[in-house]
Design a protein around this ligand. Sequence first.
Ligand code: ASP
Length: 410
Amino acid sequence: MKKKKLSLPIQILIALIAGIVVGLVCYFAKWEGFTEDYLKPFGDIFVNLLKFIVVPVVLFSMIDGILSMDDMKKVGSVGVKTVLYFLVTTAIACVIGLVFANIFKGAGLFPILDGSEQEYTASEFGGFMSTLVSIFPSNMWQSFSTANMLQVIVIALFFGGAILAAGEKARLCRDIVSSFYSVIEKLMMFVISLAPIGVFTYMSWVVATQGAEILGSLALVLLCAYVGYIVHAVVIYSFSAKVFGKISPLKFFRLASPAMIFAFTSTSSAATLPVSKECADEMGADKDVASFVLPLGSTINMDGTAIYQCVATVFLASCAGMDLTLGQMVMVVVTATLASIGTAGVSGAGMIMLAMVLEAIGVPVSYIGLIVAVDRLFDMGRTCLNVTGDIACSVCVTNWEAKKKAKAAK
Ligand code: ASP
C-alpha cells in the first residue's frame, strides 16, 4: 500500500510542536548556542528564499490579477473595499489594545520599570507628505532591489492599467506576464513545501534563546498583548469570516493555520505572503481579488502591530509616570493606525514605528529600550494576526464582489 503523505498544515503543526520541545530541551541543557549556530541558519535560508521570491510574486500576481479583472473600474472597486476594511479593522484593533492595556494597568499588573537610563534612538520620520512622495518610485529597479513593497505595488498597478489600456497591442505583454506567473507559482510551491523546516528551526531557536525573557518581568505585558491579539482574532475575524465571507470561523482558522503558524515563526508578513496566497486559495477566495488584497495587506494592514503599539504605549507611558488622558488615547488610536500602515511587513518593523506613537503623546522614545529584548516575542503574535487579517479581508472582498456581480446580472 502506498504511504499517505502528511498534508502541509499538519507537517507545519508537527514542526511547531517539535520546535518547542527541542527548544525547551536546549534551553534547560544550556545549548542555546547550538540552536543559534546550527538551527537558526536553516530558518534564515528559508526566509531568504521567501524574500527572494516575494518581489516577483507581488509584481506578477498583482499584474495578473488586474489583467484578469479586465477593467480598471473593478480594480478600483476592489481597492476601495480593501482599504476600508483595513482601516476599520485596524482602528478596532487599536481600541481593543487600549482597553486591555488599561485593564492590565488599572489592575496594577504592569511592572513599573526605570526607562530613564535606556539608550534607544528612533529613526527620523519625514512626515506625511514625504511618506506620500516616497510611495512613488523614481527607479523601478531600485524598488525591486530594496524590496520596497509599496513601490512594487504602485509599479504593478501602473503596468497592469497600462497593459489593459493598450488593448490588443499588449497581447504579448499579457502572455509574458501570465507565463512568468505560472513559473513563479511553481517556484513558490517548492519554497512553501520547505516551510516545516523553517518553522522547526526558528521555533527551537526562539524557545531556547528567549525562554528566560518570557519568564522575566515583561511576562504580563506580553500576556496583555496576546490577550488583545486573541480577542481581536476571535471576535473580529470570526465575525467578518461568518458575516461577510460566508465561511464558518472554524473552517476559516483551520484553513488559515499554515500561514498563521508560519507568520508566527518567521515574524514577517511579506515573507509569509506566498503561504497566505495558498491559504486564501484553499478558502475559495477569488484569485484575482487575493492577488490584489494580500500583497497590499502584507504591506499596510497590521492589526497585530496596532494592538502591540497601543499596549506598549500605555505600558511605557506608565513607566514614565504618565497617565493617558482620553484625548491622548484618541491620539494613540490615530497615530497607531497610521504607524501600523507605515510599518513594513518585516521582522521588528512595528517596534521602530512605535517611536511615532510615543512621540505623539510625549513619552521619551528612549523608553523603547525597555522592551527591545523581547520584541521578537511580541512580533510573533502580531505578525500572526496581521496575516490572518489579510486573509480574512480577501475572503470578505471576494464575497462582496460576487454579490455586486450577482446584483448587476439581475
Ligand atoms: N513583523 C510584522 C509583520 O511583518 C511587522 C511588525 O513588526 O509589527 O507583519
